[in-house]
Design a protein around this ligand. Structure first.
Ligand code: SF4
Length: 458
């Protein structure tokens, strides 16, 4: 549901292109949906020293006056943050820059390290100080312990093998950019060519927006090193898995992004088709909840032969509801964000396609709005299975108590939200919709791809 799950973060990098920092700024703007709390860019020019600008707020707020590199940067990495680990202070905004004898380097990370506490304790025992409460700083601190000169794939590999959890990581050094992905493949990361240089980022929509070509995914357990000599691949882990976060397809990613060869809009549309096959319903119209329910609504409508209508209009200029601190304000926020088209809906049986139900309060508000607008029947169809478990990989689903489906049956949830019927897509339906044999489904099934550590089991 649009109001209750928070995106994690986004990373973007450019190597070997004049004005790299400005290009990263553009790329980050296409990833803004992944984080609005803060952003930053680290860049280097011909002198190879790494400089940094970061702040709290949107790209337009932090870099409203342009990037301060004077256009002389040739390499840069950037980050948009939604804080799933650490606090909301500017110290936790990435990239992090480290200055060591072997040279400066910067890191930008999307995901969550599940053994960050254990690694941070070990670092402090060895005398390494961490300056933020973000798990992402652990990468840079561990890299700083590397012996043997400038950072290389050979030195990074053993460090990455110690790190458990989700990461799509960019590292900028004095003469290279590294794009690294965790061995489970939990978060997306792609690389491509840009002019005579290279580009890397969380979603392909951002890569294509700056003009990239020959785009490919970084594989689970892979380090891609990009330098003046070109692009080299190293597989740092012999164990790999295809456990891409299902919520990337269902909700987080932009519909014009391709993740592991599958277009996000096409995936969502297939989910809508699968939902109709699993839970058909007679109705006069299908409507999608903007934005991530719209593709699924198209699929449901096509499969059912029921007209698709734009029955809900989103007010794009009202702040996102999740920044509202109380439940009452969140509910008001929902009413401000969406408006039903009464003349379309009045007296009609409607199927409403949404991406997920978290607390249930937003869905209840939505159903009430549609009833007030005169809908005769409201049938909710959800393109994710019921959310029942917390996520430890960078998505803000932190407690089972927040999840209405954790302790209630589908019928009970249906009664709570006040719909005439409710159905969720099955886990099999989801996998088939994406033609995938593997996805992380842990927040639905409780089966986590990684080990869990003491703080997750509390
Ligand atoms: S637990 Fe859920 S939200 Fe977290 S990575 Fe897995 S599928 Fe994504």
């Amino acid at each position: 549901m649009f109001s209750s799950i928070h995106e994690e973060c986004g990373v973007f990098g450019v190597f070997g292109v004049e004005g790299a920092a400005g290009i990263v700024r553009t790329g980050l703007a296409y990833l803004q949906h992944r984080g609005q709390e803060g952003c930053g860019i680290a860049w280097s020019g011909r002198d190879w020293s790494v400089r940094l600008q970061k702040g709290l707020g949107l790209i337009s707020e932090v870099f409203g006056g342009g990037v301060p590199d004077g256009g002389d940067s040739v390499c840069a990495i950037g980050h948009v943050r939604y804080g799933t680990s650490g606090g909301g202070e500017v110290e936790n905004v990435q990239p992090f820059v480290f200055r060591r004898r072997f040279g400066d380097y910067a890191t930008a990370h999307n995901g969550n390290i599940v053994n960050a506490g254990e690694l941070a304790n070990a670092l402090s025992t060895r005398g390494s100080l961490l300056h933020s409460s973000s798990d992402s700083e652990v990468f840079g601190a561990l890299f700083g312990e590397c012996r043997g000169g400038a950072l290389s794939s050979r030195l990074l590999g053993p460090v990455l093998n110690q790190i458990d959890g989700a990461f799509s990581l960019l590292v900028l050094t004095r003469d290279a950019m590294f794009a690294c992905r965790d061995k489970y493949g939990l978060r997306p990361l792609s690389v491509g060519r840009l002019g005579n240089g290279y580009v890397a980022g969380s979603e392909t929509c951002a890569l294509y927006a700056v003009g990239a070509r020959d785009v490919r995914d970084v594989r689970p357990g892979e380090i891609v090193r990009i330098s003046a000599g070109g692009m080299e691949s190293t597989q740092y882990s012999s164990f790999t898995q295809n456990a891409m976060c299902a919520m990337e397809y269902i909700y987080f990613a932009r519909p014009d992004s391709d993740i592991e060869g599958i277009n996000v809009h096409a995936f969502r549309k297939e989910c809508g088709r699968a939902l109709f096959r699993e839970s058909p319903c007679g109705a006069d119209m299908v409507i999608g909840v903007p934005d991530s329910g719209l593709s699924g609504a198209m699929g449901y409508s096509e499969a059912a032969g029921i007209p698709l209508e734009q029955g809900l209009i989103k007010n794009a200029y009202v702040a996102r509801t999740f920044i509202q601190p109380t439940q009452e304000m969140r509910m008001n926020g929902v009413r401000m964000k969406l408006s039903p088209v009464g003349s379309l809906i009045k007296g009609k049986r409607v199927v409403v396609i949404d991406d997920s139900i978290v607390r249930g309060t937003t869905s209840r508000q939505l159903v009430r709005m549609l009833r007030d607008a005169g809908a005769a029947e409201i049938h909710m169809r959800i393109t994710s299975p019921p959310l029942r478990y917390p996520c430890f990989y960078g998505v803000d689903i932190s407690s089972r108590n927040e999840l209405i489906s954790a302790h209630r049956s589908t019928e009970e949830v249906c009664r709570f939200i006040g719909a005439d019927s409710l159905a969720f897509i099955s886990e099999d339906g989801l996998l088939q919709a994406g033609r995938r044999s593997g996805l992380c489904l842990a927040c639905f099934s409780g089966k986590y791809p990684t080990d869990l550590y003491s703080h997750e089991l509390e």
